[in-house]
Design a protein around this ligand. Sequence first.
Ligand SMILES: Nc1nc2c(c(=O)[nH]1)N[C@H]1C(S)=C(S)[C@@H](COP(=O)(O)O)O[C@H]1N2
Ligand SMILES: [Mo]
Length: 252
Amino acid sequence: MNKNKIRSVISFSVYALFILGCYFGIKWVGNQPKVNGIPGPLRNVLSINERIFTAVFSPAKKSKEFGLDDAQKRVRKNGLVGMQGVINDSNYKLIVIKNNLDTLFITMDEIKKLPKTEVIFDFKCIEGWSQVTHWSGVKFSDFAAHFNLATKSGNTINIEPNEDWYKYAGLETPDGKYFVGIDMPSMMQQQTILCYEMNGKPLPNLDGAPLRLIIPVKYGVKHLKRIGKIFFADEPPKDYWAKYGYDYFAGL
Ligand SMILES: Nc1nc2c(c(=O)[nH]1)N[C@H]1C(S)=C(S)[C@@H](COP(=O)(O)O)O[C@H]1N2
Ligand SMILES: [Mo]
């Protein structure tokens, strides 16, 4: 064989080995035990992402905000899981499980008495669309400080990440059909709000009335509409879309 032929044989073999490697590699990943709906090795990549994000995440860092004129007047209504029927302020109480011994039932009047903040940001859905939208409500960190939530001591004074914090908050619709789990640093971030107004007006039913989560550091999937219950845990609470293989952290 001349030099050129040898070169062709070598490059063909390398190529063939590469293809075989890919084939068996993908097969191997696909055959690994599933963790939360996707093969373990892929889940590990997502978990590593989550660890890196969490390590560099600071609640002091803000998502980009926009002006009033940038905000869409016609806001998309996307996910409708857990949104059957209508709930008014008057027949609503937010259930907050502080810990095993203590559950609060909080009215919209109590929530609206707390300082109001607004946020105008680029709302991004994992499906690919985004729009600048305008929301108002109470900062979750103010709400937590007022009712002494999210901490094991039941004395919520420090909004910087600390050992006293539970690691996660879990939120669910009143019917329990849609649910999310969120890491506490993102929950306590200063732009995360329990929201009851959109474009300066009471939140329309399908946008999440009477109360929804707005959390600009996360993709849309985490912005739970119509909050029925909030609880705290050190283990990741169940999460609707993570169950189908989406990234649990869903950070931006
Ligand atoms: N209760 C409830 N909240 C939900 C969903 C849902 O299906 N049910 N979908 C989520 C998803 S995927 C997105 S993108 C946003 C959409 O919010 P919007 O309808 O206000 O645009 O809501 C989130 N919150
Ligand atoms: Mo979404």
